[in-house]
Design a protein around this ligand. Structure first.
Ligand code: ARG
Length: 459
């Protein structure tokens, strides 16, 4: 048969399956190869291939004996050597070498375009589940810490100038709420990502009768990406995800900036494992993890910019430019996961110093009280207090604790109100923890069915 490998080709090591020129030493081959970034998706490419092979078997295209041999070889594929265009070529070559010409059946109804799109979604899905679980652990740590700090007085700032007294619990529950919103939107992007492009061929589908819905089911996808143009050449769901991760990172960056400022002003003590000292100045406690986090957020913005820039001019249908986006996905997700973990470690060990808050921060409370108690318009009360502050004669009638407990609106640091808020946030968090766990188990059980079919073939 035309495509059978000659013995000399078999012994040559790397074989160019899809083109007839070049070698692994060729700079042009290496320039266009995705082997390095494909290492990230090797397992997902194998799983995609497994679903494809089983699907061809179930539709009666490949005999049981052949299927068995191909699957056994597939499970042995552990390493991608250099010189191939990509993991797909390396895998096909490996199967041909280990099974022989019969392995060529895998090319039926399959393109690298639908396979890479599937593998990317599988990998991103797993990473997002990991990230969502990590966000929840951070949320839990923040709420637990908040419970310990309901009465811990802490300053608040606008324009980075002292504003009004608050509590550390108030600050922590702010971060938790920010994270909860990001969690929700990232979970939504997970559902967009978890749809199967498999069986779409190179662009318009295939003449081979592939049950796309069955394949999707076996890979634990929620649904399929219907239109085959979209399935093979769109990366919009992935970019949406990365853009939401970038928003999360920007939120984290502001927290890192706060922590650097708070520690610089001795409002709190960062854990020893999060600071490093100076080689010259022995007293220094430099907030290094937060500095690195801040820098990684800048990189993340760069990653999103790269993705958008590569993507925006591409005509519909697969273009090799898409390949150059792949490496950025994992970089962005890994930065996000590690940043969440670092913050979790920091907040679980953080210590708050006893702080003296300047009395002037109570001026607003005094002005509000004056207006309410004396029934004068707020602006008149404001001017009366402002005059005293300017003249240096302002003395508050209040204690800091009173200021906090007088706050009457939900979401303020009032000790009782925030105690209740922490309780309801905990309940919301528990619901979210359950939701992601159920989602994960559903995937595991569906992929388990694929394994059951494989075992049946291997018997
Ligand atoms: N390696 C490519 C990628 O990662 C997939 C191959 C598609 N190549 C092609 N010539 N159609 O996106």
């Amino acid at each position: 048969m035309g495509n059978a490998l000659t013995n000399s080709e078999k012994s040559k090591g790397t074989v160019m399956l899809y083109r007839k020129w070049g070698s692994e030493k060729d700079e042009v081959v290496n320039y266009t190869s995705s082997i390095d970034s494909d290492k990230e998706i090797m397992e997902e490419v194998k799983l995609t291939m497994k679903a494809h092979i089983i699907s061809l078997y179930l539709s009666g295209y490949i005999k049981k004996e052949t299927t068995k041999k191909i699957l056994a070889a597939l499970n042995e594929f552990k390493e991608i050597s250099q010189g191939y265009e990509d993991v797909h070529e390396a895998l096909e070559d490996f199967l041909l070498k280990n099974v022989g010409e019969e392995a060529g059946w895998i090319g039926l109804g399959r393109s690298r375009n639908d396979h890479v799109a599937t593998a990317l979604r599988l990998k991103l899905r797993n990473k997002l589940i990991e990230l969502l679980t990590e966000i929840n652990s951070l949320r839990k740590t923040l709420l637990d810490k908040a419970k310990e700090h309901i009465t811990t007085i802490f300053p608040s700032y606008t324009h980075l100038q002292l504003a009004q007294p608050t509590t550390f619990a108030h600050y922590l529950t702010y971060i938790e709420e920010e994270l909860a919103s990001r969690w929700e939107i990232i979970f939504f992007t997970l559902k967009l990502v978890n749809r199967s492009p498999l069986g779409s061929g190179a662009i318009v589908g295939t003449n081979v009768k592939i049950d796309r819905e069955k394949e999707a089911e076996l890979l634990g996808f929620d649904d399929i990406v219907y239109n085959t143009l979209s399935a093979t050449s769109s990366r919009a769901d992935i970019i949406t995800t990365i853009s939401e991760l970038t928003v999360l990172m920007v939120v984290l960056s502001r927290i890192a900036e706060d922590l650097i400022f708070f520690s610089s002003n001795k409002l709190l003590k960062l854990p020893d494992s999060h600071v490093s000292t100076s080689s010259l100045m022995p007293q220094k406690r430099n907030p290094v993890t937060m500095e690195i986090l801040r820098a990684k957020v800048s990189e993340s913005i760069g990653i999103l910019t790269s993705l958008l820039s590569i993507y925006k001019g591409l005509p519909t249908g697969y273009n090799l430019d898409l390949q150059e986006m792949n490496k950025y996905y994992w970089l962005a997700v890994n930065y996000t996961i590690s940043s969440i973990r670092v913050l979790e470690s920091l907040f679980s060990q953080i210590q708050i110093n006893k702080v003296n808050i300047d009395e002037s921060s109570l001026a607003t409370d005094d002005a509000e009280l004056l207006s309410i108690n004396k029934k004068v318009p707020y602006r008149s009360a404001y001017f009366e207090i402002a005059k005293k502050v300017r003249e240096g004669s302002y003395k508050s009638t209040l204690k800091i604790e009173d200021s906090i407990n007088m706050k009457a609106v939900i979401g303020s640091p009032n000790f009782d109100l925030i105690t209740n808020l922490i309780k309801s946030r905990k309940t919301k968090l528990e619901e979210d923890e359950k939701e992601i766990e159920v989602y994960k188990l559903k995937i595991i059980s569906k992929v388990g069915e694929l394994q059951v079919i494989e075992n049946g073939i291997e018997e």
